[in-house]
Design a protein around this ligand. Structure first.
Ligand code: PLP
Length: 296
């Protein structure tokens, strides 16, 4: 069912190893809640919260998983849930498999990103699967993404299929804009994946007294704000990249400079890393789960 009909959902989480005895997992229960919602949408049998947590803990606790094929302080954690039944009818699977893939992450100096707006293809449709973390949401992005990469962009910034104007998200990242009047991000709807890094960014900004407005944002509004100097910066959020500054958005031939002053996104990126490392007591207690690493 998974290979033929896309009966497949997953999560993306990250663990940080501050030292040789402990690793930190981030907002694990929220990743479980999202896996459950994705599984429900595709009628897959979801593992229990207990099984989800213990499978991830076991994978993360193995020291050797952090050093093969190279050594890293960061481990990418990819829980996957797939339908197993093996007949040719497109129906609900009676049996599912749950597994956890882990891999060390190579860390590079953070580079800023260029996004391309396109309107001939779309990521998600209302009533569709955009809010579920399911296999079906990715392969159909490859063609446009590849075309834009050739033109020098890192990812596509997807617009709503309803009006080709309302900004949704970037491939596997949620997007924020810092205007003179405040910080804004597209409001959640069923064509947008509710990122846990997105939520974390909103909460960390709120702790600083900055309220993020979640609302419809049109590409025209961002274009005008960039032209008039009202746009200070744009940034994207995801587990893999954390918080990343977007310094250019391409709209056709137009190259819009989107980060005059990336200080907010850069301080947010640093703050998020501090929380991961367990150095922010107020957030770490609720967001971080510490796991003891096993002896070799
Ligand atoms: C996973 C994902 C995100 C980011 O979610 P995080 O929980 O922050 O990693 C954003 N958009 C899409 C389409 C995704 O698959």
């Amino acid at each position: 069912m998974a290979l033929q009909f896309g009966a497949s959902v997953f999560e993306g989480n990250k663990a940080y190893r501050g030292n040789d005895v402990q690793a930190h997992l981030f907002r694990l229960s929220e990743h479980f809640d999202r896996l459950k919602a994705s599984a429900d949408r595709l009628c897959l049998i979801c593992p229990s919260h207990k099984l989800f947590v213990s499978a991830i803990e076991q994978a993360v606790a193995q020291r050797e998983n952090w050093s093969r094929p190279f050594s890293s302080e960061w481990l990418y954690v990819r829980p996957v849930l797939v339908g197993l039944d093996d007949h040719i009818m497109p129906v609900i699977s009676q049996e599912c498999a749950f597994y956890v893939l882990v891999a060390p992450i190579r860390t590079f100096d953070p580079v800023t990103l260029t996004l391309s707006v396109i309107s001939h293809q779309h990521r998600a449709t209302p009533g569709g699967l955009g809010a579920a973390k399911t296999a079906a949401n990715y392969a159909h992005q490859f063609q446009a993404t590849q075309q834009e990469k050739v033109r020098g962009s890192d990812a596509v910034l997807w617009l709503s299929p309803l009006d080709d104007c309302t900004i949704e998200e970037a491939s596997t990242m949620n997007i924020f804009f810092h205007l003179k009047s405040g910080v804004i991000t597209p409001g959640l709807r069923d064509t947008i994946l509710a990122g846990i890094t997105r939520r974390s960014a909103i909460e960390l900004l709120s702790d600083r007294g900055i309220t993020v407005q979640e609302r419809d944002i049109s590409i025209e509004e961002i274009k005008d704000a960039a032209m008039s100097g009202d746009l200070r910066e744009a940034f994207v959020t995801s587990t893999a990249l954390g918080v990343r500054t977007v310094d250019c958005i391409r709209i056709g031939q137009l190259k819009l400079g989107t980060s005059l002053d990336p200080s907010l996104s850069q301080s947010l990126a640093t703050e998020l890393k501090q929380v991961f490392a367990g150095n922010d007591a107020s957030k770490s207690s609720s967001w971080i789960r510490a796991i003891g690493l096993c002896e070799e």
